[in-house]
Write a protein that binds this ligand. Structure first.
Ligand code: NAP
Ligand code: G4F
Length: 370
């Protein structure tokens, strides 16, 4: 069994490669040329006998065609398209590049598969809950006896995208459906809600918080706590910093600067979610599936659990809300309903919200232990 994976150097690509190698797949990862090493997340598998990297870029059709010709196995090949400019805030700053990579990149792959007459390939598209944007459905929770109205998104919820990233993902999603229905490709899209973990990029809010906690933990470990010397340094106090004293020197540490703390996200663990991707491609018929936990929490909730885990009850003294991190348009509420994935794929998330937060904090506090 062979798998070709774009986005192999990313969070999901690395987890998916681990999963596929454990199942005996031969994995070909597509990487674009970068001036610095970006293989940190896949270092542990670089020498694996069944793993290899190919240089390519989803915006460069000829590179995709070359890789497909070289690696597509007519017996069974799966193609996982995870490559994307995946940062929502950045997509407002680089809308054109986001469109070319995240939107048109998908068309480049699908059209190459059809033009090369490689319809045996099973294709996975990394669609996103961001596509729902400002949209949700409301009904009574079928799992609750006392009928409580709740907001949710599932495969039937309409899309109302709120960013250049989400619009590019919608185009790629519709393109996947078109190639499935129009050309008979085994092409499936996983509409994945936010998923995180220790391999998450540090510009996403969860990892930004847990990495900061790791650094702060290191800063705090030595010296006298700020409160006990407050009177001595009050003249120099800057509200954007935390202070402590070491060998009669005052040391400062920048507070955690975040944007909108009120948004709700349905956060799960990335390792669980790549199993859903694989399951979709094992189905006889291709289809689209929502993958999520069904629980939703605000960024404030994430901060509560993360700071409590390092025994800080009130995180408000450590966090500065900085409008620099606000977005021109926001997705206020995401909460998925995973009934279809549970019933048809047999997929369920294995990690709870609290497990996830603690896993990330533990990882980042250990990373910064001296
Ligand atoms: P990520 O960590 O940001 O990884 C993105 C990957 O795409 C990286 O390997 C990156 O390579 C690669 N890439 C960027 N531009 C490319 C190009 N022009 N050609 C080929 N590859 C390119 O993202 P992730 O969290 O693993 O997410 C994986 C996919 O799922 C993405 O498509 C994302 O949009 C989607 N998604 C993610 C979530 C989530 O919560 N994580 C939820 C829904 C959907 P470099 O290392 O060279 O930058
Ligand atoms: O962690 P985020 O940047 O993730 P976002 O925008 O939800 O997108 C992620 O999940 C999508 C699935 O729904 C993926 F498709 C996408 O590729 C990506 O993986 O932001 C989450 C929330 C937002 O409401 C944001 O405004 O956190 C808020 N936030 C508050 N302060 C912040 C910050 N986000 C970031 N990145 N940095 C902040 O300082």
């Amino acid at each position: 069994m062979k798998a070709i994976v774009t986005g192999i150097t990313g969070q999901d690509g690395s987890h998916l490669a681990d999963l596929l190698l454990s199942k005996g797949y031969e994995v070909v990862g597509i990487t674009r040329r970068t001036s610095t090493d970006n293989t940190g997340r896949i270092k542990h598998i670089l020498d694996h006998d069944n793993f290899q990297l190919e240089s390519g870029d989803v915006t460069d059709v000829s590179s995709i065609i070359r890789i497909l010709k070289k690696h597509s196995d007519p017996m069974q090949t799966e193609f996982y398209n995870l490559g994307a400019q995946s940062h929502v805030a950045e997509s407002f700053k680089q809308p054109g590049a986001t469109w070319d990579i995240t939107g048109k990149g998908t068309l480049n792959i699908l059209q190459s598969i059809v033009d090369l007459d490689m319809k045996h390939i099973r294709f996975y598209q990394a669609s996103s809950s961001e596509m729902f944007g400002a949209s949700c459905d409301t009904d009574t929770n079928p799992n609750q006896k006392i009928g409580k109205m709740e907001r949710y998104q599932d495969e039937n919820t309409k899309f109302l995208p709120q960013s250049p990233y989400a619009i590019a993902k919608c185009a790629a999603h519709y393109m996947t459906r078109l190639f499935r229905e129009g050309y008979g490709l085994h092409a499936s899209a996983g509409i994945l809600f936010n998923h995180e973990g220790p391999r998450r990029g540090d510009a996403f809010v969860t990892r930004k918080i847990t990495k900061w906690i790791g650094e702060y933990h290191k800063f705090k470990r030595r010296g006298v706590a700020y409160s006990s010397v407050l009177h001595k340094i009050s003249l120099t106090e800057d509200p954007d910093y935390i202070y402590r004293v070491e060998h009669n020197k005052i040391l400062e540490f920048p507070k955690l600067r975040l944007g909108n703390l009120e948004a709700f996200r349905d956060w799960g663990y990335a390792g669980d979610y790549v199993e859903g991707m694989w399951m979709m491609l094992q189905q006889k018929d291709p289809d689209d599936y929502v993958i999520c936990t069904g629980e939703t929490h605000t960024i404030r909730d994430f901060l509560d659990v993360a700071f409590k885990h390092i025994e800080i009850e009130d995180w408000t003294q450590y966090v500065v809300v900085d409008p620099e991190f606000y977005r021109p348009a926001e997705v206020d509420y995401l909460r998925g309903r995973n009934t279809k994935a549970k019933e048809k794929l047999g997929w369920t998330p294995k990690h709870s919200f609290k497990d996830l937060v603690k896993l990330m904090v533990d990882h980042d506090t250990k990373l910064t232990k001296e």
